[in-house]
Design a protein around this ligand. Structure first.
Ligand code: SAJ
Length: 423
């Protein structure tokens, strides 16, 4: 079968390569010309896609990329993986989904399957995409063409759970579309989780990320309370996790980053309003998680004041700026929010991140320093914002004057705790 993947980003490129690796002939349709060139030259720009895999499918001709939709009519399946960003006031922006759906609709032919993988509010597939496809093509869903939703749920950077072995939820609102889409995904994914409608599949995705955002907010709130009560939130959570079924592995942090957890819950919040329903947990979780960078800034100044260091003279080394460990992705990174707060306080700030060579905050670009003993020892405060695995934290603490550990990564090392303040 010939598969089209519209959008070769964090979702589309890994998906396209997986399908091509098992023998599908895949056409990537990507509007960014540079990306099309890079794919054609087997130069991967997505951390989870190895250059070897990309090289293999490009040279075998199984994967090719283009910027145009001309060949859509020759495809059997079209998988849409374009961004579904939120606007400034947290309302979903479906312009990418709508425009590519129109492009596909113009060339739609009987027998084709369209699936949407982008994270979005329940109703997008049936209420936005289907009408466009039917109006422009004159074809009918479930009879002439088939339409389904299957959310992408791979955990970025996770080597254990990949596109292949992460259970795939697939939903469609008519029996033929359900059957055909499940069959398609079964070709390359170990286990499929069929649900009764596209809406249900859309809701599964936004719910699972809402679940994470709410639970992270709960432990973040606990961290701020423990700070007031002079209790160690890490000790409390580790001990609470000894319950037979644990309390799920959620820990406080400097805030919530990435392109999923801070954003996905607001799709559900927005849609619920259409039913005059207030999703209080989502609003509250977002507010608490967004407060964490400010909380870290205030804690950093408290430590420096206790050391007698005035803000304007404080030398701060921030360790790690990516939104979570062992990745180079800085989208919505809490570390960036913390750095911009501290720069506003005129701190003399440098950062080190093995994955991120430079960051730009407003009009200022900072470059990752070389991590020398000198750099560590001369900092008044070392602020661990992202706990990249490759750092030797015992060595870091030994050489530092004072450490603020917002990830609890030093809590189980037997380093002299009077230098280290945990979040
Ligand atoms: N974080 C905490 N405390 C925690 C867990 C996470 O502070 O206990 C922070 C992280 O540092 C990060 C943010 O929250 O800044 C989000 O981390 P995450 O791992 O929950 O989110 P993503 O976007 O990296 O990946 C998630 C996937 N996460 C896991 O399955 C562990 C999953 O929810 C989705 O498959 C994926 O988003 C997606 O694409 O939606």
């Amino acid at each position: 079968a010939k598969v089209g993947v519209v959008g070769l980003g964090y979702v589309g490129l890994p998906f396209a390569v997986e399908k091509a690796k098992v023998g599908f002939s895949v056409l990537g349709i990507e509007r960014n010309n540079t990306r099309v060139t890079q794919v054609s030259q087997a130069k991967s720009y997505i951390a989870d896609v190895s250059t070897e895999d990309l090289y293999q499918v490009i040279t075998s001709g199984k994967l090719s990329a283009t910027t145009n939709f001309e060949d859509v009519a020759k495809l059997d399946i079209i998988v849409i993986c374009v961004p579904t960003p939120l606007t400034r006031n947290l309302t979903p922006d479906l312009t990418y989904v709508e425009s590519v759906t129109e492009q596909v609709a113009k060339r739609l032919r009987p027998g084709q399957l369209i699936t949407l993988e982008s994270t979005t509010y329940p109703g997008t597939t049936d209420e936005v995409m289907c009408p466009i496809l039917e109006r422009i093509s004159g074809l009918r869903q479930g009879e002439d063409f088939f339409l389904a939703h299957s959310p992408e749920r791979v955990d970025p950077g996770n080597k254990r759970y990949t596109t292949k072995n992460t259970n795939k939820v697939v939903g469609a609102s008519d029996p033929r579309s359900r059957e055909i889409s499940a069959f398609f995904y079964q070709q390359t994914i170990d286990s499929i989780v069929p649900v009764s409608s596209a809406k249900a599949a859309e809701l599964v995705k936004v719910f699972e990320n809402t679940f994470r955002a709410v639970n992270i907010a709960l432990v973040n709130e606990l961290a701020m309370l423990c700070d007031r009560m002079d209790l160690n939130v890490w000790e409390v959570l580790d001990a609470a996790n000894t319950k037979p079924f644990g309390i799920m592995p959620f820990y406080p942090g400097p805030g919530v980053g990435g392109h999923c957890i801070p954003l996905d819950p607001h799709y559900l919040e927005w849609k619920a309003k259409e039913f005059n329903f207030e999703t209080h947990f989502i609003a509250l979780a977002g507010e608490i998680n967004r407060r964490m960078p400010e909380f870290v800034r205030e804690k950093a100044w408290r430590i420096l004041n206790n050391l007698g260091v005035a803000p304007a003279k404080a030398k701060i080394l921030v360790m790690g700026v990516a939104y979570k460990k062992d990745l180079d992705d800085c989208r919505e990174s809490p570390a960036i929010a913390i750095i911009s707060h501290l720069l506003k306080d005129h701190a003399n700030l440098i950062y080190y991140d093995p994955y991120v060579a430079d960051i730009t905050i407003k009009d200022q670009t900072l470059y990752s320093v070389e991590l020398t003993d000198e750099v560590i020892a001369t900092a008044d405060l070392v602020l661990i914002a992202t706990d990249h695995t490759q750092i030797d934290y015992l060595d870091l603490v030994r050489k530092a004057k004072a450490v603020l550990d917002t990830r609890g990564v030093t809590r189980n090392l037997n380093c002299n705790s009077d230098k280290v303040t945990l979040l």
